[in-house]
Design a binder for this molecule. Structure first.
Ligand code: PLP
Length: 371
């Protein structure tokens, strides 16, 4: 699905030099590389505060901790996403409220959010799935009306931008009260281990979160709140400093491959190619098709048999998972996710795809689905 080796080979010299520098510096934790990366990412995103942390799941958990919600408060999020999003809500003794997504964009459905709001609702977590932003202007309107926090899960969409109706635009993750991302190796901005970050323009919230990632300490050995230990290490920060200036180019390479795929599948009536909403750019963390003739599972196997990696993200919607099922949920409210679980398939998507590979993949898919 990804070609980390191919990507590394192109930047091997710079990466190796930077990593060796860190090894020799012995500043392995909270060193100057971490601080420099934080500043560079703040500049790239156009956000006042970046707080690096250990991974994208921690980033979500800590962002939500920073908002001071109370046990039992309800947090609305998408039914169709990686489990990390809903897991942290449960871990914090908040009540996750899963809602349906839009079939075209795979992102949270605005009407479903409106329907799910109760007096206990305190926050919405839109997930910018597969690399494009959710309908943030509509999410922000609902949040304003009901006085809710908005936490953006940007693990799959770092680098994508959202354009508002007035023409202004912002980077994904900097639109709500707080945004989070992951630097897991296969993400669009991946390090060579685990990493994550939290973004916010709210200086007070940033201060709270900076203490929370460091055992709730605001002054050395004075613990004002219960915190966690969640750090980005200096080696990962050094690697990310090499890769951040390449991120826009990486996004463009993905967009080019996506355009090739979409063009190749455009006349296949049994295939729905990803729709890009008009308010967002798409950085194609995943390139995900919907297969309409019921042959998705057969296609999955056929591609594997032909040496083409592919994946089903996600085969079971969260409301149907043992850990997150709840009597409150009604199947009729999950029309899109119940359909998508049977139709979606993600093709190889990364920065190193070449024309020959794309031609082979698209021909194999088209031949099989048209049969
Ligand atoms: C990858 C991912 C996460 C978690 O990131 P980790 O760094 O693996 O903890 C959270 N949300 C979404 C949508 C993701 O894709």
């Amino acid at each position: 699905m990804v070609d980390l080796k191919g990507q590394y080979t192109k930047i091997e010299k710079q990466i190796d030099e930077k990593v060796l520098e860190v090894l020799k510096s012995t500043a392995y934790i909270n060193g100057p590389e971490v601080h420099a990366f934080q500043k560079e990412l703040e500049e790239y995103l156009g956000v006042k505060n970046v707080i690096p942390c250990a991974n994208g799941t921690d980033a979500l958990q800590i962002a939500i901790m920073g908002l001071g919600l109370k046990p039992g408060d309800e947090v609305i999020t998408a039914d169709f996403t990686f489990a990390a999003t809903v897991e942290v809500i449960g871990l914090l003794n908040l009540t996750p409220v899963l809602v349906d997504v839009e079939k075209d964009s795979f992102n949270i459905n605005i009407d479903a959010i409106k329907k799910a709001i109760t007096p206990k609702t305190k926050a919405i977590v839109p997930v910018h799935l597969y690399g494009q932003c959710a309908n943030m202007e509509a999410v922000l309107e609902i949040a304003k009306e009901h006085n809710l926090f908005v936490i953006e899960d940007t693990a799959q969409a770092i680098g994508s931008s959202y354009t508002f109706k007035d023409g202004s635009s912002k980077k994904a993750g900097t639109i709500g009260h707080v945004g989070t991302t992951s630097f897991f190796p296969s993400k669009n901005l991946g390090c060579y281990g685990d990493g994550g970050a939290i973004f916010t323009n709210d200086d007070d919230l940033a201060h709270i979160i900076r203490g929370m990632v460091n055992h709730g300490m605001y002054k050395r050995y004075y613990h004002d709140v219960v915190g966690v230990n969640s750090r980005l290490d200096s080696i990962q920060a050094a690697i990310l400093r090499v890769k951040l200036p390449l991120l826009n180019g990486y996004c463009e390479a993905r967009q080019k491959s996506a355009a090739f795929y979409t063009n190749a599948f455009s006349s296949n009536k049994n295939i729905v190619t990803p729709a890009v909403s008009d308010y967002t750019t798409h950085v194609f963390h995943q390139y995900t098709l919907q297969i309409l003739n019921g042959k998705r599972d057969e296609l999955h196997q056929h591609l594997l048999d032909n040496g083409i990696p592919n994946a089903i993200y996600y085969p079971v919607p969260l409301h149907s998972q043992k850990a997150y099922a709840d009597e409150r949920y009604n199947e009729a409210d999950f029309v899109a996710t119940n359909e998508l679980k049977n139709t979606v398939i993600s093709l190889p998507m990364h920065t190193e795809l070449d024309k020959e590979q794309l031609e082979f993949i698209t021909k194999t898919v088209n031949d099989f689905i048209n049969k």
